[in-house]
Design a protein around this ligand. Structure first.
Ligand code: SF4
Length: 333
């Protein structure tokens, strides 16, 4: 059986159930790289120039980890999934960059996704991808229909049950991803919304287990995936008119939505070296400063970020929220 490797990084979190369904329907076995470690990050970092963004370094570390574990590695180039809205340049060149910096990588299965080129082009690209596993176009069609349905179910599961991506992946694929949670008997202290891309929020090495840390501090954590596509798109439209970047909803849309919804605090997660996020997060920060209703903090992560520094900032942020809420109660009394 042909084994297809999928790096547990970048768009894995958004699309894994869809990709896995597609390849399994065509008779392949899917192998996912293990969770990120410092060794993986260092090995990925060693292949690129220092100012490459952290998630790409992590991604390359995962590719290196899959060498010898699979026959092919799946690395799509997702250019655009919405008309006239384009992805960050790192995603556009991901298969080519990987080939260039990891020449020893197993053969790369790539596919160009660009909705602006029309449906015909998209179907042709999907068929060319499937042809590595079967010559039967009907089988490829069936596999792509099943894959799309798996993706819709996955999105619906997250927004209707307020699940994080790892929790939803665990449910739809039976892969242990999220830490099993035992309900806490302590009262919830408040609600914190995290805004940022899933590959930052859910990579526990990169994010220093931020979600777990907040839950341990008895805060309810909300993330962008807990909102529907419509909620994210309309919130983005209210703040900036129309989106300019793919996945802008994860930052601008989620930021605006949660600012309006009355959560106790919002933490924006971004990474050093990211052009799109530095612009998008600044829009959310300015909106938070204008509304003055919700505490906002942005955390910029990079490979030399110290965990103690992150924890100190989080403690100060939660302390500020606590004092703010206490003041509000005193004013009302
Ligand atoms: S959006 Fe930013 S963090 Fe994500 S791949 Fe592009 S540059 Fe890197």
């Amino acid at each position: 059986m042909i084994r297809i490797g999928i790096p547990r990084a970048l768009l894995y979190y958004q699309y894994y159930p869809m990709w896995r369904t597609f390849f399994e329907e065509l008779g392949a076995e899917v192998v996912v790289s293990p969770p990120t470690t410092q060794v993986m990050l260092s090995s990925g970092s060693s292949r690129v120039v220092a100012d490459t963004c952290l998630p790409v370094k992590v991604f390359l570390g995962h590719v290196l980890c899959l060498i010898g574990e699979c026959d092919y590695i799946f690395i799509p180039a997702i250019r655009s999934v919405k008309r006239k809205v384009y992805n960050c340049s790192k995603f556009l060149g991901l298969p080519d960059m990987t080939k260039a910096v990891i020449p020893e990588s197993p053969p790369i299965l790539d596919i160009d996704i660009d909705i602006n080129k029309g449906k015909r082009n998209l179907y042709r690209a999907i068929y060319q991808l499937g042809r590595h596993l079967t010559w039967n176009p009907f089988k490829v069609r069936q596999a792509s229909i099943a894959a799309w349905q798996a993706h819709l179910n996955y999105q619906q599961l997250m927004s209707s049950h307020r699940l994080t991506l790892p929790q939803a992946i665990e449910i739809v694929s039976g892969t242990p991803e999220a830490e099993s949670k035992t309900p806490s008997s302590n009262p919830v202290q408040g609600t914190i919304a995290l805004v940022g891309h899933p590959y930052l929020l859910y990579d526990e090495h990169t994010s220093y287990r931020l979600i777990h840390w907040l839950e341990q501090a008895h805060y309810q954590v909300l993330t962008p995936e807990m909102l529907t596509k419509d909620e994210l798109e309309s919130a983005t439209a209210r703040l900036v008119g129309r989106d300019h970047w793919t996945y802008e909803g994860e930052v601008v849309g989620a930021g605006e939505y949660y600012l309006e919804s009355g959560v106790d605090g919002i933490i924006g997660i971004m990474t050093f070296g990211c052009g799109p996020d530095s612009l998008m997060m600044d829009i959310v920060r300015r909106q938070a400063a204008k509304l003055r209703t919700t505490a906002f903090m942005s955390l910029t992560l990079e490979e030399h970020t110290a965990e103690t520094g992150v924890v100190t900032r989080l403690e100060a942020f939660l302390d500020m929220i606590y004092r703010r809420k206490k003041r509000q109660v005193e004013v009302c009394m």
